[in-house]
Design a protein around this ligand. Structure first.
Ligand code: EPU
Length: 415
């Protein structure tokens, strides 16, 4: 299996261009199932998860072509109403195909996505919401069979602002007759990006402080859309600059999307310079212990919890990260401990006692963002780190070796 070999101790310095957001690209690809006309998506990152969603969509009948970060999804064969488990098992976002297939064909059979290492990931909110739009849901052991004699707009109040459930309902509601109001909807930038794509396809969507309102039932057409920058990739590179004592500028970003993260980075003792579409993070003489709680947007993003933990493991004093979104997102703790970090998990919080230095070790990434934490730790550690499980890392970070090397990081990928 491929590995990353990281040699720590070189401060990262320079500029890095940020890719399109994985978590905006995936629902955007799914939204193309709503129309037979071509949907052209720019700034699509070159990632395994994107390949998986495109393969899912192609298996459902779409024709997909890709060149220089632009993906064109057009009408191919008749749409199929059954998604294959080999795709949905690999990636939970594939479950989003349920909404558009149901809205267009009146029936969809989609395998249930499994749990994963960051905790249970149920789909009850997706299914309850679709029921309220007039779907009949039959849950089998490994799949759901969902049918409808026509989706109808409804008022849906989500008990939790789930990103996936909000996307599922927004996509389905565009083809439901009448108005759908989603209250307590997720507000992540990726949700707003999906709303912007759907509007470009002819949907009428309004976002107000109480929720998202979709006037459904209009025929949708093709569109050109450019995906927003990846705020999690940007945050990870800023942390990489800070943890190595260097200075990294992320370019082609939208600083307002990082509103819950940047103040925490400053509290941790990192100096920031924020421009219109770039952010520079510079390590100062001393990191500071920090307390933070993850939360839905605009709070501190759960996806930056593990990489932040790597930084705080070197901040003198006691830091605490409370995880409220994925309550088992602590897969990074054991491998970071092997590298010398002092971290205890207390219920849903990581309690971190800062150490003077981390040391290189052989570690395995259990999931994507834990993998990012271990890369940062490896870049800062004394000696060499061998990181296995990089298939997780490569789900979310395009060209990570090349980007880190260009910043002066010493990292090699074995074949
Ligand atoms: N939840 C339910 N029932 C549901 C749906 C969600 O209980 O039907 C719970 C989950 O178990 C979790 C919480 O709600 O505890 C949040 O889940 P949410 O649905 O908001 O997350 P998601 O749509 O599964 C997306 C991102 C995640 C990111 C979260 C939160 C994509 C493809 N994934 O997941 O990204 O952490 O929102 O912001 O958009 C990552 O990129 O590493 C990643 C995990």
């Amino acid at each position: 299996m491929p590995q990353l070999i990281l040699s720590g101790g070189s401060p990262l310095s320079g500029r890095v261009a940020i890719e399109g957001a994985k978590n905006a690209a995936l629902p955007a690809c799914v939204a193309s199932l709503l129309t037979n006309e071509p949907v052209v998506l720019g700034r699509i990152p070159d990632l395994r998860d994107v390949e998986t969603i495109l393969a899912t969509i192609a298996s459902l009948g779409k024709t997909v072509s890709r060149s220089d970060g632009v993906v064109t999804i057009s009408h191919g064969a008749m749409l199929r109403d059954e998604a294959e488990s080999r795709f949905v098992r690999q990636m939970r976002a594939s479950f989003l195909v349920l909404g558009p297939l149901l809205a267009r064909l009146g029936r969809a059979v989609v395998p249930l996505p499994g749990g994963c290492t960051i905790g249970p990931r149920p789909v009850d909110l997706h299914l309850d919401g679709l029921r309220q739009l007039g779907a009949h849901v039959e849950r089998q052991d490994t799949a759901v069979i969902v049918t409808t004699d026509g989706l109808r707009g409804a008022d849906v109040r989500l008990p939790y602002p789930s990103v996936g459930a909000t996307e599922q309902l927004m996509i389905a509601a565009t083809l439901a007759t009448g108005e759908t109001r989603i209250e307590n909807a997720a507000r992540e930038p990726e949700i707003l990006d999906l709303a912007s794509l759907l509007s470009g396809m002819g949907a009428q969507i309004d976002i107000d402080p109480e929720g998202i309102v979709i006037a459904g039932g209009r025929p949708l057409h093709g569109a050109h859309h450019r995906i927003i920058p990846d705020r999690i990739e940007a945050g990870t590179y800023l942390l990489a600059g800070a943890i190595t004592g260097g200075q990294v500028t992320v370019e082609e970003v939208e600083p307002s999307h990082l509103g819950g993260f940047l103040p925490v980075l400053e509290q941790a003792g990192v100096s920031l310079d924020v421009g219109e579409s770039r952010i520079t993070a510079r390590a100062t003489a001393r990191l500071r212990a920090t307390r933070v709680t993850t939360a839905p947007h605009p709070g501190f993003p759960t996806d930056l919890h593990p990489p932040l933990a790597a930084l705080l493991s070197l901040a003198p004093g006691e830091s605490r990260i409370e995880e409220t979104v994925f309550k088992q997102r602590f897969g990074y703790v054991d491998p970071l401990r092997r590298m010398g970090a002092r971290i205890q998990v207390d219920d849903v919080s990581a309690v971190i006692q800062g150490v003077r230095e981390l040391r290189g070790a052989s570690v395995t990434a259990p999931d994507l963002r834990a993998g990012a934490a271990l890369v940062l730790a490896g870049l800062a550690a004394d000696g060499q780190t061998t990181l296995c499980g990089i298939e997780h890392l490569e789900r979310g970070y395009a060209r990570i070796c090349a980007k880190l090397t260009a910043l002066g990081g010493r990292v090699e990928r074995t074949a």
